[in-house]
Design a protein around this ligand. Structure first.
Ligand code: UTP
Length: 463
C-alpha cells in the first residue's frame, strides 16, 4: 500500500499510476515512488483541461523589420557590436536539450557530423566560431549549453573526449533544463517509459529561462561581467554565433531597449514550416505555422512579397536584465505538441513503438518571451549566409541541404576573395568547399589565408 493520496491521483485522472505502483516491489517500487513524487498533479490536470481555452487573438499584422540596406547604419551597428565584444560583455547560449527525433541520430544532436569535408560535429563548428572571436577580440566568450536530463551526460562526455574543441573548459558551462511528463493524447494519462519509470520529455526551449536561474548561471555570468546573451539553436551550422552588427543594433538605444532582438529570414514559400514574426494584441510575437490560416500565409504585399515573410530563425540577443526579470515572473505558457512517444503498455506488459502520434508533450517556447519585452527588435538577415538547419534525416532541412548551403556560402566567400570557381550551367559553383569556422567567420577573415587562384569542377577544398 503506498503513502500517496489516492484521491488526488483520481482527481487528476492518474489512478493508473498508483495501480502500477502496487504491482511493483523492492527497488522497482522505490524507484517508481520517487518518479511519482516528481509529479505536480494539480498542474498537470490544469494543463490537460486548459486545452482549447486559449485567449482570443486579434488578427495579426506583420512586424516592422530592420532591413539594414543603409551602409552607414550597418557600419555604426558594427562598431557598437565590436566594442561590446571587446569589452567581454557577451556570452553565447546554445539550446541543445531537444530530442532530435526527426533526425533520428543516436546521440545528442550537437554531436552530429555536419562539416562537409571534415565531418566536424555541430558542437565543433560552433566552438570554432567562439574560438575565432575569442582570439579576435582578446576576451573569452563564455559558452552556455543547455542540455536535458536525457542527454546531459553524453553531451558533457563528448566535450571531454574532444578536449572542449580547444576552448578553455572554464568558459564552457553546461546547465540542464527541466522535464514534463508525456501524456496519452486521448486520455491525458501519464505514459510510462519502462515498467517502473515515467516517460518524461524536456520542457521545451522555453525551459532555458528557469534552468538559467535555477542553475545559478545567470548570477555566474553577471559575475563575469556579461550583459547580453547571443542565443542560437544546436541545429544550424550557418549561424553567426557572435554577429557584431546584430549585437550593435541590439544595444542601440535609438531603436531597441536591449531586452530582446531577433533575426528573421525571408520565408521561401507560404508552405515553409517555419514560425513567422507578427504583431498580435499589440505585441511582437511568433505565430506558429500550424496556427496560421492558409490565406494569411499566402497573402502578399503590393510588391508581391509574402506579407508574413519574416521567418523566425531562432536567433536572439537577450539582455541579462530582461532575463532576470522574466525568471522572477510567472513563467512562459505551456504548449501541446502531439508526437510519437514509445511507451510501456501496461495491458500487454510490452514496450510499444507507435506508428502515429500518440502523446502530448508539454513544452514552453523561448519566443513567448518576445511579447514580454519592451521595444523588441526584428532584424532581417540573409538565408544563404546564416540559415541552413539540420532537422530531418532526409529531404528539406536535412544534412544534404545544409551541407550544400554551407558549400555555397563558402564558394561565395572565396569568390569575394578573388578565387575563380567552376560553375554549372545554372551558374552554381560545382566545387565542394568547407571553410572551418575557426579559420573564418566572415569573408574578410580569408584575407589571412593562402587561397588558390581557381577551383575546378568536382574539386574538394578545405581551408
Ligand atoms: P526542435 O523544435 O527542432 O526540437 O528544437 P528537437 O527536439 O531538437 O527535434 P525534434 O522535433 O524532436 O525532431 C529546436 C532547438 O531547441 C532545442 C533543440 O535542441 C534545438 O536546438 N530544444 C528543444 C531544447 O533545448 N529543449 C527542448 O526541450 C526542445
Amino acid at each position: 500500500m503506498s503513502s500517496f493520496d489516492s484521491e488526488s491521483f483520481a482527481a487528476a485522472g492518474q489512478s493508473h499510476l498508483l495501480q502500477r505502483l502496487d504491482q511493483l516491489s523492492g527497488e522497482q517500487a522505490a524507484y517508481f515512488q520517487s518518479e511519482l513524487e516528481r509529479l505536480d498533479l494539480p498542474f498537470l490536470q490544469r494543463l490537460w483541461q486548459e486545452d482549447g481555452q486559449r485567449k482570443a487573438e486579434t488578427v495579426p499584422e506583420p512586424p516592422a523589420l530592420v532591413e539594414l540596406v543603409d551602409q552607414a547604419a550597418r557600419t555604426q551597428a558594427f562598431s557598437k557590436g565590436q566594442a561590446l565584444l571587446a569589452e567581454g560583455k557577451v556570452a553565447c547560449l546554445t539550446v541543445a536539450g531537444g530530442q532530435g527525433s526527426r533526425l533520428g541520430w543516436d546521440g545528442p544532436k550537437g554531436t552530429f557530423p555536419s562539416g562537409l569535408i571534415t565531418g566536424d560535429s555541430l558542437f565543433a563548428q560552433f566552438a570554432g566560431q567562439i574560438d575565432r572571436e575569442t582570439k579576435r577580440y582578446g576576451k573569452a566568450v563564455p559558452w552556455c549549453i543547455m542540455t536535458s536530463p536525457l542527454n546531459h551526460e553524453s553531451t558533457v562526455s563528448f566535450f571531454e573526449q574532444h578536449h572542449h574543441f580547444g576552448l578553455d573548459p572554464s568558459t564552457v558551462y553546461f546547465f540542464t533544463q527541466g522535464v514534463m511528463p508525456s501524456v496519452d493524447c486521448e486520455t491525458g494519462e501519464v505514459l510510462l517509459a519502462s515498467p517502473d519509470a515515467i516517460a518524461f520529455n524536456p520542457d521545451g526551449h522555453g525551459g532555458t529561462l528557469r534552468a538559467l536561474a535555477t542553475s545559478g548561471l545567470l548570477t555566474t555570468l553577471r559575475g563575469r561581467g556579461i550583459e547580453h546573451l547571443s542565443y542560437f539553436q544546436v541545429d544550424n551550422p550557418l549561424v553567426r554565433a557572435l554577429d557584431p552588427v546584430f549585437l550593435g543594433l541590439h544595444i542601440d538605444g535609438s531603436v531597441s531597449s536591449a531586452e530582446v532582438t531577433s533575426k528573421a529570414v525571408a520565408k521561401r514559400s507560404p508552405e515553409e514550416k517555419v514560425g513567422v514574426f507578427g504583431v498580435q494584441n499589440g505585441e511582437l510575437t511568433v505565430l506558429e505555422y500550424s496556427d496560421l490560416d492558409p490565406e494569411v500565409c499566402e497573402a502578399t504585399d503590393d510588391d508581391g512579397k509574402l506579407r508574413f515573410r519574416a521567418g523566425n530563425m531562432a536567433v536572439h540577443a537577450f539582455g541579462l536584465d530582461f532575463l532576470d526579470r522574466l525568471t522572477n515572473g510567472t513563467g512562459l505558457p505551456f504548449h501541446r505538441a502531439i508526437k510519437k512517444v514509445p511507451f510501456f503498455d501496461e495491458s500487454t506488459g510490452k514496450m510499444q513503438q507507435p506508428a502515429s502520434p500518440n502523446a502530448v508533450k508539454y513544452e514552453t517556447f523561448i519566443f513567448d518571451a518576445l511579447p514580454l519585452a519592451s521595444r523588441p527588435l526584428v532584424v532581417e538577415s540573409d538565408r544563404a549566409e546564416e540559415f541552413a538547419p539540420i532537422k530531418n534525416a532526409e529531404g528539406s532541412d536535412s544534412v544534404q541541404t545544409s551541407q550544400l548551403a554551407q558549400s555555397l556560402r563558402a564558394a561565395n566567400w572565396l569568390t569575394q576573395s578573388g578565387v575563380q570557381i567552376a560553375q554549372d550551367a545554372l551558374g552554381q559553383p560545382v566545387a565542394q568547399i568547407e571553410i572551418r569556422s575557426s579559420t573564418a567567420t566572415c569573408p574578410e577573415d580569408l584575407a589571412l589565408c593562402e587561397l588558390p587562384e581557381k577551383l575546378g569542377p568536382e574539386e574538394r577544398f578545405l581551408v
